[in-house]
Design a protein. Structure first.
Lengths: 193, 193
DNA sequence: AAAATCTGATGATAAAAATCAACGGTATTC
DNA sequence: GAATACCGTTGATTTTTATCATCAGATTTT
């Protein structure tokens, strides 16, 4: 399990991890298996762990008054899952995260994040991930205010084609902020071009 | 000019800056004045500076095929302005940033960011800002996929009431991803409650 | 001070998307 | 292997929002 994470870290850092760093990583990340449909985080709970997805697929969503789920994030292999706000501030989360497929995940607690960040290479990784994050989020915001449904879908298909393979259309639709019916029509329309 | 920034830094860090840190900050941040309607960053250019707004107001926006501007971010006092993607990757930016009011800004180059981050207190600030950033962006994404125009406006009014004072309605509308006409109706409707 | 631009409001109409409903095909469950 | 839930599609209708057009007050420019 941990090998995938070590590789992920090395692929982002300027210098590979030392043996002792690897030992630390193995110590502070706890493997966990989450079965399909089970929660990794439930609304109202504090997010106690961030998790690195080794294998599987998860979704993060809010639920509105009418009980409708709104997917804010999707996670597959090599993504970091969790609710940053709740994790950092120790406040109850507004989101649920559950497994869409059986998922193997390496979890880390807030206390161990401090250990993690004390290793320069890992602190670097953390910053660089935050950077990518900020960039990706702004793109998504820009798409949401400037593009019609059809083009948002096209952009998603181009940026994260994996998502379309791993998640059903009603999940993708929710992620795009449209209904499943609209997505279905958008797709059939796109095919005709 | 620099005092505002020093204060901002101290308010975020666990320990106040030392005298020598302050000297460094004064050295690596260059004051600049941007007149109303002038660009801080123009689409197609590489974003060479990040800027801390000391006084004034700016907006960041993309422009679509039809020439319509779509406001992705708004900046006032104590906000950090710039296009992270372009700044970090050194790629041409897809955005424009211009001054909506005459603006005093402290700018820092990519090279000096390295110096900045070599000071632990400042590196901490940078991480903590990224964190807040990630949290705020996710909230905005959640709002954009789960709330109708009226509630998105209400949320903005609650979260950043300053924006409503400093920017005209067509800017706010664009930021929310709706037209100025819709915003106008949403507001008159909200008043009646 | 007159002309031009900017801002916010409102009405009429068009377009986009949501909702409601029904249908087959595919998995899953019992 | 029958029953049930899930998934994607399509049609009819309603709701939401965009577009187009006009107008009046305020501000800026010349």
């Amino acid at each position: 399990m941990h090998e995938t994470l070590i590789q992920h870290i090395n692929s982002h850092a300027s210098t590979p991890l030392t043996e002792s760093d690897i030992d630390i990583v193995k110590n502070i990340f706890t493997p966990r298996r989450i079965r399909k449909r089970q929660y990794f985080l439930q609304e109202g709970d504090v997010c106690k762990y961030m998790g690195f997805v080794v294998k599987g697929a998860m979704r993060q969503y809010s639920v509105d008054d009418k009980g409708t789920e709104h997917i804010v994030r999707l996670y597959i292999e090599n993504w970091w899952a969790g609710d940053r706000e709740s994790f950092v501030m120790l406040t109850p989360s507004n989101y649920n995260i559950d497994a869409w497929e059986d998922t193997d995940i390496l979890t880390i607690t807030q206390t161990n994040v401090a250990v993690f960040k004390s290793i320069p290479a890992l602190n670097e990784l953390s910053s660089s991930l935050d950077e990518k994050h900020a960039i990706a989020f702004l793109k998504r915001i820009n798409a949401s205010i400037s593009l019609p449904a059809e083009e948002r879908y096209a952009e998603l298909a181009k940026t994260y084609p994996e998502f379309l393979q791993r998640f059903p259309q009603h999940i993708i639709a929710s992620y795009l902020g449209i209904t499943k019916e609209t997505l279905s029509r958008v797709r059939s329309h796109a095919l005709k071009k």
